[in-house]
Design a protein around this ligand. Structure first.
Ligand SMILES: NC(=O)c1ccc[n+]([C@@H]2O[C@H](COP(=O)([O-])OP(=O)(O)OC[C@H]3O[C@@H](n4cnc5c(N)ncnc54)[C@H](OP(=O)(O)O)[C@@H]3O)[C@@H](O)[C@H]2O)c1
Length: 285
C-alpha cells in the first residue's frame, strides 16, 4: 500500500506552519509544507527540523493552475493519492489598506475562495477512502452573512446550492463591486468576509456532492481558528499552535467517525450557520 500523505496549503508560516507541526507529531505518513515561495518554504522546513520534525516541501501557489497541476502530478506519481488536504492559504488586506475596494474584492476572492476551489477540483480525484479535507475559513464569513441582504443570504444557505452557482455568486460579488452597485445588490462592504463565506458555503456544497461518491468515509469540514497572532492579525490572542488545534483535529478525525461532516467548526464544536441569525455572535477581523 502507498504511504499516506498530508498537504497543508500556505504553510510556510502562521497557522499553516502550526498545522504542519501538529500533523508531523500525530499523522501516520508524510506531511507537506507547501508555499508559493520556495525560499520561504525551505526555511519553514529548516525551522521544523530544529524541532526534530521532518516534513517535506512542495511549491504551491493556490492562484496558479499550473502550480496546482504540478503538485497534483507529483502526488499521483509519488503517492498514488492523497489522505489529508488542509486548505489554509489565505490573505487579508489590512483595515488601513488604500487599495481600491474593487482590487480588494478581486484579489481576496482569487486567493481565499477560487484558490481553494481550484486546489479541490484538482486534488479531490486523488483522495483515498478515509481522507480528511479541511478549509480554514473564519467566523468573518458568518458575520458577512449577517451584513447581507436577506434574499442574497438565503442563496448561500440554500440546501440545493451547487458549486457552479456558488462560483457565479462569488463572481457576481466582484463584478458588482467593480460596477459600484454591490451594496444595492445586498453585498456587504467586506471582501475578506465574503471570501470566507464562500469557503464555508463551499464545504456544504462539496459534502452534498461527495454523498454520491463511491470512496468511503471522506470527511470535508471547515473551521475558524479563532483570533490568532500571525502576520495577518498580529493582535490575535491565540498562539498559532492554539489556532491549529481545530484544523488539526479535523484533519485527523479517526477512521469511520462519520461526523462532523460538511460542517463549520470553532473550538472543535459545530457552529450552526444555515439558520437565519445563527453563528454570528462574533466580532469580525
Ligand atoms: N490569524 C487569524 O486570526 C485568522 C482568523 C480566522 C481565519 N484565519 C485564516 O487562517 C489562515 C492562515 O492565516 P494566518 O493567520 O496564518 O496568516 P499568515 O500568517 O498571513 O499566513 C498566510 C499563509 O498563506 C500563504 N498564502 C497567501 N497567498 C497564497 C497563495 N496565493 N498561494 C499559497 N499560499 C498563499 C502565505 O504565504 P506567503 O508567506 O508567501 O505570503 C502564508 O503562508 C488564512 O486562511 C486566514 O484567512 C486567520
Amino acid at each position: 500500500m502507498s504511504k499516506r500523505v498530508a498537504v497543508v496549503t500556505g504553510s510556510n508560516k502562521g497557522i499553516g506552519l502550526a498545522i504542519v507541526r501538529a500533523l508531523c507529531k500525530n499523522f501516520d505518513g508524510d506531511v507537506f509544507v507547501t508555499a508559493r515561495d520556495e525560499g520561504r518554504g525551505q526555511q519553514a522546513i529548516k525551522d521544523l527540523e530544529k524541532e526534530n520534525l521532518h516534513p517535506k516541501f512542495h511549491q504551491l501557489d493556490v492562484t496558479s493552475k499550473e502550480s496546482i497541476g504540478k503538485l497534483k502530478e507529483f502526488l499521483e506519481k509519488n503517492y498514488g493519492g492523497l489522505d489529508v488536504l488542509v486548505n489554509n492559504a489565505g490573505m487579508a488586506f489590512k483595515s488601513n489598506s488604500t487599495a481600491p475596494f474593487s482590487e480588494q474584492a478581486e484579489v481576496s476572492l482569487a486567493c481565499n475562495y477560487f484558490g481553494t476551489v481550484d486546489v479541490c477540483d484538482a486534488l479531490f480525484p486523488l483522495l483515498r477512502p478515509h481522507s480528511r479535507v479541511v478549509h480554514v475559513a473564519s467566523r468573518a464569513g458568518t458575520m458577512a452573512l449577517g451584513y447581507m441582504g436577506k434574499e442574497l443570504a438565503k442563496k448561500f444557505r440554500s440546501s440545493t446550492l451547487t458549486q457552479s452557482e456558488l462560483n457565479a455568486l462569488m463572481n457576481q460579488f466582484v463584478s458588482d463591486v467593480k460596477a459600484g452597485h454591490h451594496k444595492a445588490n445586498g453585498w456587504p462592504d467586506w471582501a475578506y468576509g465574503t471570501s470566507k463565506l464562500g469557503a464555508i458555503a463551499l464545504t456544504a456544497v462539496q459534502f452534498r456532492a461527495m454523498a454520491g461518491d463511491s470512496r468511503e468515509d471522506i470527511l470535508i469540514n471547515c473551521c475558524c481558528p479563532g483570533l490568532v497572532a500571525t502576520d495577518m492579525f498580529p493582535k490575535g490572542s491565540k498562539t498559532p499552535d492554539q489556532g491549529a488545534e481545530t484544523p488539526a483535529y479535523l484533519a485527523m478525525l479517526p477512521v469511520n467517525t462519520g461526523k462532523p461532516q460538511g460542517e463549520f467548526l470553532g473550538e472543535k464544536k459545530v457552529i450552526p450557520w444555515l439558520t437565519d441569525g445563527a453563528g454570528m455572535s462574533f466580532k469580525p477581523l
